[in-house]
Design a binder for this molecule. Structure first.
Ligand code: 6PG
Length: 255
């Protein structure tokens, strides 16, 4: 496995910093494959929520090719999304389309195990349908994902939880609709992210460096920096970074 340097931010998270974006993507993919193998061995299933946007594409592509593709028990893997845009699945902005191109079309995951958010129905109907699917897949209560993958937006958003948006405060529904720059979104609500056994952010590039430092080192202001809302009960989030995205961190390396 790729060997990153580790930086701890007590109460906030643990950063694994790789030299560049490709090494960070590889580490993310390797960790996903390892977590999937372990969950399937222990519990017979691995349920993960994928991140959207552009950053995860390389990591998902690495998962879709040798050697990692052959190391994942795809028949027991269930994939969901942390968020989706309200567009058809073939639309260039669809997070599902990105994952299908990079990963789903290249591995033997059963179609029934791919739980796409039907964003084309509009944000409220799509959120309600996604919630029903989540409750069915996880036995009714708050879903406990084995792994939730997240990204970080330039404004500190994660999934489609945007600064000052009412969806940040949703504690009853599992999935909610949001509106961002005129585009409908569906996002997992914070309690679902916090119920996960493991949450991993994959963030690369100098343009995200200040925001990463804000999230991990600035005083808590989660309404303004929604990624700070994510505080999993099972353990601090892991931040998979490249050196560029870690370049504004003051934190000292782990002992
Ligand atoms: C989305 C994502 C979003 C994303 C960040 C970072 O649907 O856009 O879920 O939260 O992770 O905006 O996006 P990039 O990886 O493209 O910078």
């Amino acid at each position: 496995m790729t060997t990153p340097r580790e930086v701890r931010f007590p109460g906030r998270g643990r950063a694994l910093v790789s030299a560049d974006a490709d090494a960070a993507a590889r580490l993310c993919a390797e960790r996903f494959a390892e977590a999937a193998r372990e969950a399937v061995e222990r519990r017979g299933r691995f349920a993960a929520a994928l991140a959207g946007g552009g950053t995860p594409r390389r990591a998902y592509a690495l998962l879709g090719e040798a050697p990692l593709a052959g190391e994942v028990p795809w028949e027991a893997v269930h994939l969901f999304w942390g968020d989706e845009r309200c567009v058809p699945p073939e639309h260039p902005r669809s997070n599902y389309r990105m994952a299908r191109e990079a990963l789903l079309s290249r591995v033997p995951i059963p179609e029934a195990n791919v739980h796409r958010v039907r964003g084309e129905r509009g944000r409220e109907r799509a959120a309600a349908a996604y919630e029903r699917e989540l409750r069915e897949a996880f036995g009714g209560g708050v879903p406990r994902f084995d792994r939730v993958h997240l990204g970080l937006g330039g404004d500190g958003h994660t999934a489609s939880l945007f600064p000052y948006d009412p969806s940040l405060l949703e504690r009853r529904r599992l999935a909610v609709g949001a509106l961002h720059d005129g585009e409908g979104r569906v996002t997992l609500a914070v309690p679902v992210l916090d119920a996960a056994a493991g949450v991993e952010f994959l963030v690369t590039g100098e343009d995200k460096a200040q925001r990463v430092a804000d999230v991990l080192e600035r005083s808590p202001d989660p309404v303004r920096i929604p990624a700070q809302f994510v505080r999993p009960a099972a353990g601090e989030p892991v931040w998979i970074l490249d050196e560029a995205a870690a370049s504004r961190l003051r934190g000292t390396a782990a002992e």
